[in-house]
Design a protein around this ligand. Structure first.
Ligand code: PMV
Length: 366
């Protein structure tokens, strides 16, 4: 297994805190971590969760996971008891236990802990909003906090890098959730310090994007037709894969420039091109998937008409599903809200919407 891990894995194993917790030890931690919405999409990976192209996302504020861990000393750890939204969840507990076993060489103290983990999402269960980025980053923030309680000494930057690295191993896009405003994951010549193994903060963001809005149209709350694991794997035989990776790299450079200069026209163009390319890739995979629904296309047509008619730089993006994220500057919220109520809400399942905006990243809750 280890040969799939990079130099950084070796670094974290070698610098792990090997002090064994003492009998009687107990403590707790709690973190709130947000979801993120990719503008340049990560689709296609290799090795152990390494991206085939750089991706760039906005960190969200309202769509988040709250995770708390209370722990006690146990010589036969890691032992995990997991409750999701108030109920025992054995399947999730097993997944987390497996992940912690994988992390054990870098977090040896886990071998001596019994943990009661509670987790809850702010967005409704089965709203079609993926929770792996928020839930996995919240869990990792808790682990790194426990490590600190047990004596690890990391600077803030080291802590965030480590959180991003281990979040990535748990769920690729989670690597980007640990930073405020916007995060970049994957090496690009357009940003020094960018890396495939962890995300970095995309700094120097123009004020217009710092409180950008994301109104999510829940076109369908059903579960995904294709898991992201299967979706990434389909890129291996996709005839457009190389063109896509090239496009994503180019879009990353142009998006960084637009985010820095406040170029809304370029932002709209790149954002929509990325969303449609992601879906084009799924449509051209073998087997192929059409994840948009008729109301997704109707919403897109209405958004583009609204933009042409009003000049308001409202754009859309999509995840690997039918729901539509409306992205726009905060100052246009009243006009966009009227438009949503009059023309888009009726396209949503049971009229469901989630109001979100760019946020500040994970928060310690206790
Ligand atoms: O993190 P994963 O493996 O669930 O992949 C996420 C893929 C997209 O959400 C479609 C794009 C992205 O970059 O977040």
């Amino acid at each position: 297994m280890d040969n799939q891990y990079s130099g950084l894995w070796q670094h974290y194993v070698q610098t792990a805190n090997h002090k064994i917790p003492e009998a009687g030890l107990m403590g707790q931690t709690a973190w709130r971590s947000p979801s993120n919405i990719a503008i340049v999409k990560y689709w296609g990976k290799h090795g152990n969760q390494l991206p085939n192209n750089p991706s760039l996302s906005f960190t969200l504020q309202n769509a988040h996971t709250d995770t708390s861990i209370s722990y006690t000393w146990s010589p036969t750890g890691p032992e995990v008891h997991f409750r999701f939204e108030g109920s025992e969840n054995k399947a999730f507990a097993e997944k987390i236990e497996k992940l912690l076993m994988q992390f054990l060489p870098a977090f040896p103290f886990l071998g001596q802990l019994k943990m009661h983990i509670e987790s809850r999402n702010s967005f409704p269960h089965s709203s079609g909003i993926a929770s792996s980025a928020s839930s996995m980053s919240a869990l990792v923030m808790c682990l790194i906090d426990i490590e600190q309680q047990l004596g690890a000494m990391l600077t803030d930057d080291e802590r965030l890098r480590k959180a991003s690295y281990f979040s990535r191993l748990a769920s690729g896009s989670a690597a980007r959730s640990v930073f405020p405003i916007a995060a970049l994951w994957g090496h690009t010549p357009f940003h020094s310090g960018s890396h495939d193994e962890y995300a970095v903060v995309a700094d120097d963001i123009h004020p217009v994007f710092r409180n950008y809005r994301d109104t999510i149209l829940i076109i369908s709350a059903g579960t995904k037709a294709v898991s992201s694991r299967a979706g990434h794997a389909l890129m291996e035989g996709n005839p457009f894969a190389e063109v896509r990776y090239h496009q994503a790299s180019k879009n990353t450079g142009e998006l960084l420039h637009a985010l820095h200069s406040g170029d809304l026209e370029a932002f709209v163009r790149i954002t929509e091109a990325e969303a449609l390319q992601l879906h084009a890739l799924m449509m051209t995979s073998e087997p192929s998937f059409i994840l948009m629904q008729p109301n997704t296309l109707e919403a897109i047509a209405r958004i583009r008409n609204f933009r042409n008619d009003t000049g308001i730089p409202l754009s859309f993006t999509l995840d690997a599903g039918p729901n539509v994220h409306l992205l726009y500057p905060d100052e246009h919220h009243p006009a966009v809200n009227d438009f949503v109520q009059q023309q888009l809400k009726s396209l949503c399942q049971d009229g469901r919407l989630i109001e979100d905006r760019v946020g500040q990243g994970p928060q310690k809750m206790i």
